[in-house]
Design a protein around this ligand. Structure first.
Ligand code: NAD
Ligand code: UDP
Length: 319
């Protein structure tokens, strides 16, 4: 297949490029580098099966040649207001990438009779009142809250994807991605793993926001990519959660990072405006992924961290 990937220079997009090229496909990458980096795709530049265009998906997209599948991953993705690349600090770009970007990429899929896959998120469940989160749960999102620019853009994107499927017969997929980590995350984007792993490797105390009793479930990137590829190759049109169901508190997560890195500096609790609006519990119910895709994660937190640490050490100049 010839596959268009938006957000190709980002963390997940660049891993998808690698995987789909390794599977023998041709890849056309699109990115405007608002949060991604050229370094993530530098190794692909000599590859005859990879083409790259610098482009903002909020503007009309023209791809020369045929396209068999479109994977829409372009969007800022970090919720940490302390980072300049967080969606809090790129609110209009984030809404445009989710709304106009989804419209434009669906337009490409419709024009080429291509398959379409939307990168949605666990954030569409907001601060969930149902636990663990099943795909049938409609969520608890404040449309004018601090995370709304991201959450509502993704909710709109899901609705528009289903509208193109129902009205135009576009062959669509929706993956609801839960917290994922691994090499090529931006060390400065403020998400939990880059913040804490960087702190641990530098021998600093780990910043835990609030009382650290909020929970998340962290998925290693190779597991996520396998789930996405299986979904792309399936014929499932309704949303599918992909994530690791191993739920832990942020204190437990920080302790695991300190243990594996041998960091003796402990934990510092930080309370800021964000902590008050932090979703309190998050864990994917992956029954649908198990049943429909035969997928479940293989890496536990220790194994995933071991594969991630060398990248962080190299970025920090420690090796
Ligand atoms: P990332 O910031 O590393 O990658 C996003 C990429 O999209 C970047 O390269 C950025 O430059 C590009 N981009 C943003 N707006 C663009 C625009 N208007 N035009 C062209 N390119 C644009 O983040 P990521 O973690 O790789 O996330 C990728 C996708 O997966 C996002 O859609 C995000 O919402 C979704 N997602 C990620 C996670 C996670 O845990 N990593 C969880 C849920 C959903
Ligand atoms: N978090 C933290 N310390 C940090 C960064 C994040 O305690 O340095 C917490 C954050 O408050 C949230 C969880 O880690 O409860 C996951 O945050 P992240 O930014 O990775 O994404 P979210 O799951 O909130 O979208």
């Amino acid at each position: 297949m010839r596959i268009l990937i938006t957000g190709a220079a980002g963390f997940l997009g660049s891993h998808l490029c690698d995987r789909l090229l390794a599977d023998g496909h041709e890849v056309v990458g699109l990115d405007n580098f608002v949060t991604g980096s050229r370094e993530n795709i530098a190794h692909l530049m000599g590859n005859g099966k990879f083409t790259f265009y610098r482009h903002d998906v909020s503007n009309y997209i023209f791809v020369p040649g045929k396209v068999d599948a479109v994977l829409h991953f372009a969007s800022p993705a970090s919720p940490n207001p302390q980072s300049p690349t967080a969606y809090f600090n790129l609110p209009i770009q984030t809404m445009k990438a989710g709304a106009l970007g989804t419209h434009n990429t669906l337009g490409v899929a419709k024009a080429y009779h291509a398959r379409f896959l939307l990168a949605s998120t666990s954030e569409i469940y907001g601060d969930p009142l149902v636990h663990p989160q099943t795909e049938s749960y409609a969520g608890n999102v404040d449309p004018v809250g601090p995370r709304a620019v991201y959450d509502e853009a993704k909710r709109f994107a899901e609705s528009l994807t289903m509208a193109y499927h129902r009205q135009h017969g576009v062959d669509t997929r929706i993956v609801r991605i839960f917290n994922t980590y691994g090499p090529r995350m931006d060390l400065e984007d403020g998400r939990a793993l880059p913040n804490m792993l960087k702190q641990a490797l530098l021998g600093q105390p780990l910043t835990v926001y609030g009382d650290g009793q909020q929970t998340r479930s962290f998925c290693y990137v190779d597991d996520l990519i396998e789930g996405i590829v299986r979904l792309l190759m399936s014929d499932e049109h309704l949303p599918v959660n992909i994530g690791n169901p191993d739920e832990m508190t942020l204190v437990q997560f920080a302790e695991a990072i300190n243990k594996i890195t041998g960091n003796k500096a402990g934990i510092t609790f930080v309370t800021d405006a964000r902590s008050a609006r932090d979703p309190q519990r998050r864990q994917p119910d992956i029954t649908r992924a198990r049943t429909i895709l035969g997928w479940e994660p293989k890496f536990d937190l220790d194994a995933g961290l071991r594969k991630t640490i060398p990248y962080f050490k190299q970025k920090l100049g420690l090796i």
